[in-house]
Design a protein around this ligand. Sequence first.
Ligand code: ZN
Length: 248
Amino acid sequence: MLADLERLIELQQVDLRLQELTRQIELFPQRRAEAEQELARARQVVADGRARHTESLKERKKLELDVKSIEERVRKHKDQLYEVKSNEAYRALQQEIEADEKLKAQAEDRELEAMIAAEELEKQIKAAEAELARIEQRVAAALRQLDEEQAERQKESAEHTAQREALRRQIEGDTLAVYDRIARAHGGIALAEARDEVCQVCRIHIRPQTFVEVKRNDQLHYCESCHRILYYLPATPPGVEQPVEAGT
Ligand SMILES: [Zn+2]
């Protein structure tokens, strides 16, 4: 096989792997951000629960004060009952006392509701905190895993880049220029395998005479349809003796 063609085949493999590695490396910030978003969401659930709990405590405190001030007013009015001179004033005071006692009962009901709601919130917060702890562990492990994966990809990428440079130095300048031009124009794929008289990239039939020439691999041929450099890989030669199991 033409030495440059052999190197081009290798170069294409290295280039394709480099493309894939670059794509993967570019995805790492996004993958990290996704893991961190999950953590942020879990933290927000806990923070929201705590904020609602604080609100609920404030509400309860306010209701407690309401009840106290109503009680105070009722006590005053009850004392005044002994001092009023007319029946009308007495009845008016009694009505106020009754109205206040209703208000007090309502405030106490709401206080009880707030207490029950706070207990329910406390349960929810505990559950959200437990979930957060689990997610923190999982995300920390996922981030460590991503760090390791990224380091591996970058190491492999550096190795491939070095291999790429070494290969390119061995390929004749004009051939390399052709390779680069086709690769740029065709999604990074400059070479196409010719197999069974078909270009394996664009699936177009190769003329028998061209195929015969391509099979020699002794000069560069181009696919008439996709214009890539064609190469031929001989199949495992037939007639190679297969080991036969003894006794069969
Ligand atoms: Zn083609």
